[in-house]
Design a protein around this ligand. Structure first.
Ligand code: HEC
Length: 139
């Protein structure tokens, strides 16, 4: 009796262990998987507040907190463009920003120092980042 209960509990535990990662994996789909870094070009701006958090954690070390690239980074021979400059940013469509983030510098013919993030962020997270980056220049 006790061993049957024990077996049942173990089976339940095992099922939970297998199920939880499967669910987590199913919930999170990266941009690369969703659209191969080529989303429909309209409405690529998500939630800037979430974008800000992601940017501070993953991007600001090279791009600066306000996109001005006003940081010193060792071994970065190519300095990122000033994303707080409205004149420059007006020339750049959201689809270009999306591709740059998703595919990295290589995806837009620029430096490989800018890593590809398409297998790390979801489509929505890249849109959130774009919304935040746009606030630097007001474009
Ligand atoms: C290791 C430093 C580094 C990190 C971290 C980094 N970048 Fe970059 N990024 C660069 C460099 C360098 C360039 C410029 C490449 C060039 O001009 O050849 C660049 C270019 C870009 C561009 C293209 C802009 C343009 O004017 O062409 C975008 C958009 C961008 N980065 C967004 C991001 C975002 C969003 C993150 C965080 C998820 C991020 N970067 C993280 C170094 C970095």
């Amino acid at each position: 009796m006790q061993s049957a209960q024990h077996t049942a509990r173990l089976t339940g535990l095992l099922a939970a262990c297998l199920l939880v990662p499967a669910l987590a994996a199913a919930e999170f789909t990266t941009a690369l998987e969703t659209n191969n870094c080529a989303p429909a070009p309209e409405n690529l701006r998500g939630d800037p507040e979430i974008g800000q958090e992601l940017h501070e954690e993953h991007c600001a070390s090279c791009h600066g907190l306000s996109g001005g690239a006003d940081v010193v980074v060792m071994h970065m021979d190519q300095t990122p463009a000033d994303q707080s400059d409205p004149e420059y940013m007006q020339t750049i469509p959201d689809a270009y920003l999306y591709l740059a983030i998703c595919r990295g510098g290589e995806g837009i013919g620029k430096s490989v120092v800018m890593a590809p993030w398409g297998d790390f962020f979801s489509d929505q997270e890249i849109r959130d980042l774009i919304a935040w980056i746009r606030t630097f220049s007001g474009t």
